[in-house]
Design a protein around this ligand. Structure first.
Ligand SMILES: N[C@@H](CCC(=O)N[C@@H](CS)C(=O)NCC(=O)O)C(=O)O
Length: 239
């Protein structure tokens, strides 16, 4: 059994899709990152970086329990554990890993920061246009990279792999980081292809409260999530 430390987010969704695809038994452990669960010592012992996703596999290497964090490492571990979701061809498997690392170092962080300035900061009336535009540009650039790669193939390394699972969830929330999939037709077709898989449709009970669902965090939620006092809502949500 795998304990899966989860919150409703694209990074946690990668692991959810992989667990479903691999038919591995798991139990959801809800980590409310708007209430500060990620900063508790019990969770820090599992992920010193204090973020979801994380897992504890009670049947880890040599049959011993093992804790793991970072979505890319978790996907690679699950692929290794089951011998699935990585091409058998060694060169292709390395290409898949390169896309996994690319996502964690590029698409994820840029889309995350773009969302911060476009949605969360804007909700507080903060308009830092230089930072916002920089992250929007970089987020858009990652879609250009994906679009070029997917122009002549159905999946990132030809067959469905952890590389696709890593990149897919962010494309489902693209409008949040200022990207329209209509501008990236190969990404759109690929994203719809993955969305059609039953394992990509799985739904976990959404335990977020209304403020978190709307990305209009309370002062307390903001401070837990972003580690700084919330800016005053001086002028209300920016349009
Ligand atoms: N590179 C990490 C990113 C994880 C991440 O940013 N998780 C966010 C949710 S999407 C989180 O837990 N945020 C809580 C916090 O920063 O306090 C991964 O891919 O696992």
């Amino acid at each position: 059994m795998i304990d899966f430390f989860y919150y409703q987010s694209p990074n946690a969704r990668k692991v959810l899709i992989a667990l479903e695809e691999l038919e591995l038994p798991y139990s959801i452990r809800w980590v409310d990152i708007t209430k500060g669960d990620q900063h508790q010592p019990e969770f820090r012992a599992i992920n010193p970086n204090g973020k979801v996703p994380a897992i504890v596999d009670h049947d880890g290497p040599s049959g011993r329990p093992m804790a793991l964090f970072e979505s890319g490492a978790i996907l690679e571990y699950l692929a290794d554990k089951t011998g699935r979701l990585l091409p058998r061809d060694a060169a292709l498997a390395w290409e898949a890993r390169a896309w996994v690392y690319w996502q964690a170092a590029n698409q994820g962080p840029m889309a995350g920061q773009a969302t911060h300035f476009l949605r969360y900061a804007a909700d507080r009336g903060v308009d830092d246009s230089y930072a916002r535009d920089r992250y929007l540009r970089e987020a858009a650039r990652t879609y250009e990279v994906l679009n070029t790669r997917l122009d002549d193939r159905d999946y990132l390394v030809g067959e469905y792999s952890i590389a696709d699972i890593m990149c897919f969830p962010w494309t489902r929330v693209a409008d949040g980081h200022g990207v329209s999939l209509d501008d990236y037709p190969a990404v759109k077709t690929w994203s719809e292809r993955i969305k059609a898989r039953p394992t990509a449709k799985v739904r976990i009970e959404d335990r977020r409260d209304e403020a978190a669902r709307q990305s209009a965090y309370t002062d307390e939620q903001w401070e837990q999530l972003f580690g700084a006092p919330a800016p005053n809502r001086t002028s209300g949500p920016a349009s």
